[in-house]
Design a protein. Structure first.
Lengths: 241, 324
């Protein structure tokens, strides 16, 4: 396993009176695709938001590419090369598809070659290039949210439930896109509820339960261990279809 | 592309509907121009406030302070350039009124920066405290105006070239109202171009919709907000200058008085929407003038009634920003 690009040690997060994360610890290897799994309310989204600096860790340490980012502001963290796709997608509905992507490209106008690569996987974005993003369907909005995160090369991609409500054909395109990103220079940490998707995509896994990481390891081994899945995720065999 | 044109039709709709009610076409034309001029002056004052609310959820009840400061600075500069204002040359008049308005914008913008740093920044995200401290800031600013300029109202004479009216047949068109319309439309055009054709405008529009996501893309929304706050304060200063010259007198409470209309306008338009603010301002200006002519006794409440009707129809305002 290569050296971690992201590492969390003893991360605690409190939101108001609620103590959500209780000492979260796991690594995302450089060039790896780690799936963050867990039941609803396990703390997966909070973990991503804490890494991104959107909620502040009250204890512990988060290191990215060897740098301590625990106390950095969200823009500083993003400027280090971390992109975030939230579960809500958070596309800018009043801006056109083009404007959403132009804004996400910090180095200047998006490169034509990169756009063509995105359009080859998410063709609807090219078709609706000048349409306000609020007029897109749910699946198209998800495509835009992912495209916004990858419009320029990033070192680490944090993606929260990318397949939620998507048609199978779009899910296949998304898997292809994530795999190609991984084969490039991008590492990924993906939160996912759909285990069939997760096992096809990930090569590493971290499973959360009640604000802690209950298991980390290789995805192939985890996918082969039905008892462990049942114990940690409450999955039956139908989840493997 | 689907666009919501219905609110745009309200302005011509209200103008056409007023014609049979007013009766005389000359009075109707005069009232319409007066309403448009008043609306555009309110728009200039309100445009910055709607953006600052949209970007950072900041309820700035002290916005009237920038309006008042703008009016007083204009009065001082114009007093110093009185000979040019009294001259029969349009160019000399403009050479006096131009620097006066620029000075109003500069002082109000600078005050806005200090106001944001000292009063607004400590209470980000706390609406009740924002209302209390910004209202306190307004009261302090009014008292400081009395200390600097004295407690009495100041007369602000219009430049010679902007006094009186043109006559188009039987229709009297006040020159200053034409001037106010031109300035108001120029500000609207400049804001529209900035918001729709520049990267900074793109950031502002995105930030109004979802500031957290703009930060996650690597942009510092607070810096953007400080810039917008300063520009909004400068525009309030310009609006205060225009309003002061329009009223021909300025008092320390001029900002607080007009701030009521400013808040009505941004609520009608949809908090955070410059386009909605523009339509809302024109509706408020036209309604105030038509109702003031037709039923003077209800004129004071006419804009509240207008706001209530629009909110019953569209509870988030005419052009709600997507997030809200």
């Amino acid at each position: 396993m290569s050296a971690p690009i992201l590492s969390l040690r003893g991360v605690e997060t409190r939101i108001g009176r609620y103590h959500i994360l209780h000492g979260v610890e796991f690594d995302v290897p450089e060039g790896g695709l780690t799936m963050l799994l867990g039941r609803n309310g396990a703390g997966k989204t909070t973990t991503l938001r804490t890494i991104m600096g959107l909620w502040r860790a009250s204890a512990g340490e988060i290191r990215f590419a060897g740098r301590d980012i625990t106390r950095m502001s969200t823009p500083e963290i993003a400027m280090l090369g971390i992109a975030y796709v939230p579960e809500s997608m958070a596309i800018f509905a009043d801006l056109t598809v083009r404007e959403n992507l132009v804004l996400a490209a910090r180095q200047g106008p998006p490169e034509r070659k990169r756009l063509e690569w995105i359009f080859a996987r998410f063709s609807a974005l090219e078709r609706f290039w000048h349409l306000p993003a609020g007029h897109l369907s749910g699946g198209q909005k998800q495509m835009l949210a992912v495209a916004r995160a990858i419009v320029e090369p990033r070192r680490l991609l944090l993606v929260d439930e990318p397949t939620k409500g998507l048609a199978p054909a779009i899910v296949a395109n998304m898997i292809e896109a994530f795999r190609e990103l991984k084969d490039g220079a991008t590492s990924l940490l993906v939160v996912e509820q759909n285990f069939a998707f997760a096992r096809r995509l990930g090569n590493g896994v971290a499973v959360m339960d009640d604000g802690r990481v209950a298991h980390t390891g290789d995805m192939a081994q985890f996918a082969a261990d039905d008892a462990l899945q049942q114990h940690l995720l409450g999955l039956g065999m139908d989840a493997h279809q | 592309m689907k666009r919501d044109f219905i609110p745009l039709l309200l302005v011509p709709g209200i103008i056409i509907a007023a014609l049979p009610l007013v009766g005389s076409s000359e009075s109707w034309a005069t009232l319409t121009l007066a309403g448009l001029a008043m609306g555009l002056m309110i728009f200039v004052m309100a445009s910055g406030l709607t953006l600052t609310f949209g970007l950072m959820d900041v309820l700035n009840f002290g916005h009237g302070a920038f309006i008042a400061i703008g009016a007083f600075v204009t009065a001082s500069v114009m007093a110093g350039l009185a000979p040019w204002l009294k001259a029969d040359s349009l160019w000399l008049n403009l050479a006096a009124i131009g620097p006066a308005m620029l000075a109003a914008m500069a002082v109000s913008g600078g005050l806005g920066l200090a106001f944001e740093r000292a009063i607004v920044r400590p209470v980000y995200g706390q609406h009740l405290k924002q209302i209390l401290v910004t209202t306190g800031g307004l009261i302090v600013a009014e008292q400081l105006i009395k200390v600097v300029w004295g407690p009495d109202q100041i007369t602000l004479a219009r430049p010679t070239a902007l006094r009186g009216a043109f006559l188009l047949g039987e229709i009297a068109i006040e020159k200053y109202r034409i001037f106010a319309v031109v300035i108001g439309l120029a500000v609207f055009a400049a804001l529209s171009v900035t918001l729709n054709r520049t990267r900074i405008g793109l950031l502002i529009r995105a930030g109004v919709e979802n500031g957290e996501m703009v930060e996650a893309l690597g942009y510092r929304i607070r810096r953007l907000f400080v810039g917008v706050f300063a520009v909004g304060s400068a525009l309030a200063g310009l609006g205060g200058a225009m309003w002061g010259i329009y009223q021909e007198t300025v008092t320390a409470t001029i900002g607080a008085q007009v701030a009521v209309l400013v808040f009505i306008v941004i609520i009608i338009g949809g908090l955070g929407s410059v386009g909605g603010c523009f339509i809302g301002a024109l509706l408020v200006g036209l309604t105030a003038n038509y109702v003031g002519f037709l039923a003077p006794k209800v004129a004071l409440g006419s804009n509240i009634l207008l706001m209530a009707i629009i909110l019953l129809w569209r509870p988030q305002g005419l052009y709600p920003v997507a997030r809200r």
